[in-house]
Design a protein around this ligand. Structure first.
Ligand SMILES: Cc1ncc(COP(=O)(O)O)c(C=O)c1O
Length: 395
C-alpha cells in the first residue's frame, strides 16, 4: 500500500513518553503540570453540553459559513471587545486547527511557505505538512520579552520567495506575549509590500493576566494594515474543546474573492455540527464567568510558583519569565543538564510532569514549560518539589 509522504510523521515514542509509561506501570502518582485540558482541570462548565439538546438542532439546514445566528453571536463576542465586525465576514469551522488548515489551503499552493514564530505551538508543523505547506520560522527575542525579530523576519522573506502568509500567535503559546502595536504596524507594511496575508491565532486573547500595557494590541479583529484573518474558538474562549467549534474572522482588508473562496473550502466540508451552532448564543452567555475562573486559577498557580521560587531565597538559580497572558509559565533552570534530563528527573524525583522548552521550539536550553491550569493544591505541592529539585536542594 502506498502512502503519502506528508503523513510520514515520526511516531517513535520519545524518552518522556517511555518514562511516563514506566511510571504508570509502577503505579506512581504524578502531578501533571502539562495539563491544559479544561475539562480535566475542573474548569469547564460540566452542564454546557446540555445546551446541545435544543430541538431546533434536529433539522439539518447546512450553511457553508455557519448559521447566521451563530455568526452573529461571534460578531457580538468581538463587539464586546471593542471591534465592530460584520457577521458576513465570519466563517465557522470545527476548531482552530481546522481553521489553520483551511487558510493554508486558501493561501498556499503545495510547496509554498508560511512564516511562523519560534517558539510556538507544537501542532503547527503537522498542520502545515498535512496541507503540503512549508514552515519558515521567525525568531522571538527572549531577552526583549519575546519581541519579534523583524530584521530576521525580513531576511527570511528575502530568502524565501514562496512565503504567502505570516502567522502570529497572539498572545504567544507558550510565551504568553501579546504583539506590540508597532510590530503589528510593521508587519502590516511588510504584508502590503510583498502581497502577504496575516493569519492571527487569538485563542488565548481573553487571558491577559491584567490590564494590557498600552503598547500591546488586545486583538487584530479591527486590523486594517493588510489582509488579515483572525482565528479563535470555543476550546479556549468557553473552555469547551469538546464542543468543536472555531471561527475565522475575515478582517476588513480581506478581499471578497478570498472570502468567497474560503466559503467554498468550508462548503466542501460542512464540518460544524448543528447543535453547537444552535447553542452558540447561550454558550457565549456563560463564557465570562468561566473565563474569570480560569484567570483566578492562573493567577493562583503563578503565585504558588513564585512563592516556591522566593522560598529558595536570593541565590535561587531558577527564574520564571515574565508573561502578559495565556495558560503557561516558562521557567529557566540551570543548564547543568539537558532539558530532557531535567524533565526525566522531575518525573523521577519530584513526581511531576513538565514539558521541555524545545517541544515549543524554544531555542535556548534550560527552559521548562509549566501549565498554570492544574488543580491548585496539587500544583503548589508539585511545583514546590520541582523548584527544590531544579535548585539542586534536598526535597
Ligand atoms: C495557540 C493555539 N492555537 C490553536 C490551538 C487549537 O485550538 P482548537 O482546539 O480550537 O483546535 C491551540 C490548542 O491548544 C493552541 O494552543
Amino acid at each position: 500500500m502506498r502512502l503519502s509522504r506528508r503523513t510520514a510523521f515520526e511516531r517513535e515514542p520519545n524518552e518522556l513518553s517511555v518514562s511516563l509509561a514506566r511510571a504508570a506501570l509502577a503505579g506512581r502518582e504524578l502531578v501533571d503540570l502539562t495539563e491544559t485540558n479544561p475539562t480535566r482541570a475542573g474548569l469547564a462548565d460540566a452542564t454546557l453540553h446540555e445546551l446541545l439538546a435544543d430541538p431546533r438542532a434536529a433539522t439539518y439546514a447546512p450553511e457553508p459559513c455557519g448559521t447566521i445566528d451563530a455568526r452573529r453571536a461571534v460578531a457580538r463576542y468581538y463587539q464586546a471587545r471593542g471591534a465592530v465586525v460584520d457577521e458576513q465576514r465570519i466563517v465557522l469551522s470545527a476548531s482552530t486547527s481546522e481553521s489553520y488548515s483551511w487558510l493554508f489551503k486558501l493561501l498556499c499552493d503545495p510547496g509554498d511557505a508560511v512564516l511562523v514564530p519560534a517558539p510556538s505551538y507544537p501542532l503547527l508543523p503537522y498542520l502545515a505538512e498535512l496541507s503540503s505547506v512549508r514552515l519558515a520560522p521567525y525568531p522571538l527575542v527572549r531577552a526583549e520579552h519575546w519581541r519579534i525579530d523583524l530584521a530576521e523576519l525580513e531576511r527570511t522573506l528575502d530568502r524565501e520567495p514562496r512565503v504567502r502568509a505570516i502567522v502570529l500567535v497572539h498572545p504567544g503559546n507558550p510565551t504568553g506575549s501579546f504583539t506590540r502595536r508597532d510590530e503589528a504596524a510593521r508587519l502590516g507594511e511588510l504584508c502590503c509590500e510583498r502581497a502577504l496575508t496575516l493569519v492571527v491565532d487569538e485563542v488565548f486573547a481573553d487571558y491577559a493576566h491584567g490590564p494590557l500595557a498600552p503598547d500591546r494590541l488586545p486583538t487584530f479583529a479591527s486590523f486594517t494594515g493588510a489582509p488579515c484573518f483572525v482565528m479563535s474558538g470555543l476550546s479556549k474562549v468557553a473552555l469547551a474543546p469538546h464542543l468543536k467549534l472555531g471561527w475565522i474572522l475575515c478582517a476588513d482588508e480581506v478581499s471578497e474573492e478570498a472570502r468567497a473562496r474560503l466559503e467554498l473550502v468550508a462548503d466542501s466540508f460542512l464540518s460544524v455540527a448543528t447543535p453547537v451552532q444552535v447553542a452558540l448564543p447561550d454558550i457565549f452567555e456563560r463564557t465570562e464567568g468561566l473565563q474569570a475562573r480560569v484567570r483566578a486559577r492562573v493567577a493562583e498557580n503563578l503565585g504558588a510558583l513564585d512563592r516556591a521560587l522566593a522560598a529558595v531565597g536570593a541565590a535561587c538559580p531558577v527564574r520564571r519569565l515574565a508573561v502578559d497572558g495565556g495558560w503557561y509559565a516558562l521557567v529557566e533552570v540551570p543548564r547543568t543538564r539537558s532539558d530532557d534530563a531535567w524533565v526525566l528527573r522531575t518525573i523521577d524525583e519530584a513526581s511531576a510532569i513538565v514539558h521541555p522548552g524545545y517541544f515549543f521550539d524554544v531555542a535556548e536550553r534550560g527552559t521548562l514549560v509549566v501549565s498554570l491550569l492544574p488543580e491548585p493544591r496539587g500544583f503548589a505541592l508539585a511545583v514546590a518539589r520541582a523548584v527544590r529539585l531544579w535548585c539542586e536542594l534536598p526535597g
